[in-house]
Design a protein around this ligand. Structure first.
Ligand code: FES
Length: 163
C-alpha cells in the first residue's frame, strides 16, 4: 500500500531541496527514512532549521515532535542556531493559548534569548515549531530531544538557566 499522506511543497525554490526530496523518495518517503533524510538536508544546507525539520517530517509522515526530538537528541545533527542545548518551543494554536507566549517571554526576560537565537554564553538555542503534534500536552517544548508537556514557563526557564 502506498503511503497516503500529502507531500508538502519545499520551503523555497532553492535547488538543494530537490536533492533532499530525491533522497527521501529513494527511501520511499517513509517514516523509516527520517535519519537518512535529516542527514541529506544537513549535507545540502550545512545545518537543520525549523523549515528543514518540518519539511522532512511532513514529507515522510513523521510527527514534528519526533523530528525535533531526533534532531535535538543526536549530536551529529547541527541545528541552526547551534547552542550546547536546544529548546524547541511549540507556537501552534493550542500551545500558544496555553502558555507558549509566557514561555517565550520568560526566555527573553531571563535568558535574553529570542527564537532562532542562542544565549550569549552559547549554552541554549531557542527554536520554534508550528505544531509538535502533541497538542493535548500544550504548552509543549522539546529540550535536547525530550518532549515536555504542560510546561510551566518559570520552571522551564529555571531548568534552562541551570544548564
Ligand atoms: S500546537 Fe503545540 S503541540 Fe500542537
Amino acid at each position: 500500500m502506498p503511503i497516503s499522506h500529502r507531500k508538502p511543497a519545499a520551503p523555497s525554490d532553492d535547488k538543494r531541496w530537490k536533492i533532499v526530496e530525491t533522497r527521501m523518495r529513494r527511501h520511499g518517503d517513509r517514516p523509516q527514512a527520517l535519519i537518512e533524510a535529516l542527514h541529506a538536508a544537513q549535507e545540502a544546507f550545512g545545518y537543520l532549521d525549523s523549515d528543514a525539520l518540518e519539511f522532512v517530517g511532513d514529507t515522510l509522515g513523521v510527527p514534528h515532535s519526533r523530528v525535533y526530538g531526533v534532531a535535538t537528541f543526536y549530536s551529529f545533527f547541527t541545528l541552526k542556531p547551534q547552542g550546547e542545548h536546544t529548546c524547541v518551543v511549540c507556537t501552534g494554536t493550542a500551545c500558544y493559548i496555553n502558555g507558549a507566549k509566557e514561555i517565550l517571554g520568560g526566555l527573553e526576560r531571563r535568558l535574553h534569548v529570542r527564537p532562532k537565537e542562542t544565549t550569549a554564553d552559547g549554552k541554549v538555542s531557542v527554536l520554534t515549531a508550528r505544531c509538535l503534534g502533541a497538542c493535548s500536552l500544550a504548552p509543549a517544548v522539546i529540550v535536547d530531544g525530550d518532549v515536555q508537556g504542560k510546561v510551566d514557563a518559570g520552571e522551564l526557564v529555571a531548568q534552562l538557566e541551570a544548564m
